[in-house]
Design a protein around this ligand. Structure first.
Ligand SMILES: Nc1ncnc2c1ncn2[C@@H]1O[C@H](COP(=O)(O)OP(=O)(O)OP(=O)(O)O)[C@@H](O)[C@H]1O
Ligand SMILES: [Mg+2]
Length: 251
């Protein structure tokens, strides 16, 4: 099992949106996915409960339950646990990051968000966990060009010495309308630009979690159920490969 912590000390950056969409992508790729909802607001729990079709399981939990829940999930054959954290809770961020194989720091390309990101980096950096910034709610391109604020944001984030996910997520209404139905834009509108950028974000995430390709780990305690150990093909390598420049999908 691998674990992702989706974090940002700032509120409203899109932690829950990113958590649920990566969870849906992983589920649709055949992984057994669990969202650990550490936010008492319960937004990702609401998302999972609104869903009318099979999908990731969701577990609302508090800080003290995180490590037991992770242990139980692994033993139950979960492939991917995604921890959706709350804002302004450094202790939660530390615990989630320590539990994680990959930390995704969600940030909007705005002055206010970019100023606030330093506090998240300060909490995360001493832990030395694999991490990447995910730029969310980026304004769409004009005349095939990214607004200067987006380019400057990517440059500033890269300056922290952490990876910037090579695909950003734009501000699009479909993220909000799909969410209310417990869906991802990839499910609600498979041919949309949002679906395309989410697919690329999932490919990047998958490559960071399983560089040699996803392979289901055997259950630790329930060895009698070991039949589920089957390899899944890795999606074709894309722009997420090491050294690629961060890019944003066209509008
Ligand atoms: N890419 C996007 N395009 C349009 N709207 C978005 C996008 N990402 C998030 N939103 C909207 O922004 C708001 C905040 O998003 P979300 O709840 O995911 O943030 P959060 O970081 O989890 O917030 P909190 O800190 O309160 O937990 C929501 O209304 C959500 O629908
Ligand atoms: Mg949230």
């Amino acid at each position: 099992m691998r674990t992702i912590a989706v974090i940002a000390q700032k509120g409203g950056t899109g932690k829950t949106t990113i958590s649920c969409n990566i969870a849906a992508s992983a589920h649709n790729a055949g992984l057994r996915v669990m969202i650990a909802d550490m936010d008492p607001q319960g937004s990702s729990t609401d998302w999972a409960r609104s869903r009318q079709i099979p999908g990731p399981s969701v577990l609302p939990l508090k800080l003290g339950s995180l490590f037991p829940a992770q242990y139980t999930a692994e033993n139950a054959g979960v492939d991917l646990m995604i921890i959706d954290t709350r804002a302004s809770a450094p202790a939660d961020v530390v615990a989630a990051a320590k539990a994680a194989d990959l930390c995704l720091i969600v940030v909007r390309p705005t002055v206010i968000d970019l100023r606030a990101i330093a506090s998240t980096v300060d909490v995360l950096r001493p832990l030395q966990r694999p991490a990447a910034f995910v730029v969310n709610q980026a304004p769409c391109q004009r005349l095939s060009k990214d607004p200067v604020m987006v380019l400057e944001a990517i440059e500033l984030l890269a300056g922290y010495g952490m990876a910037v996910a090579p695909v950003g997520i734009r501000s699009r209404l479909i993220y909000q309308t799909a969410f209310t139905r417990g869906l991802s834009p990839r499910e609600a509108e498979p041919d949309s630009l949002a679906a395309d950028e989410l697919e690329r974000l999932w490919t990047y995430t998958l490559g960071r979690l399983w560089p040699a390709g996803f392979r289901r780990a055997p259950r630790k305690t329930l060895l009698a159920d070991y039949h589920a150990d089957q390899a899944m093909p890795m999606p074709p390598a894309g722009a997420w490969m090491t050294g690629a420049q961060p890019t944003m999908a066209a509008e």
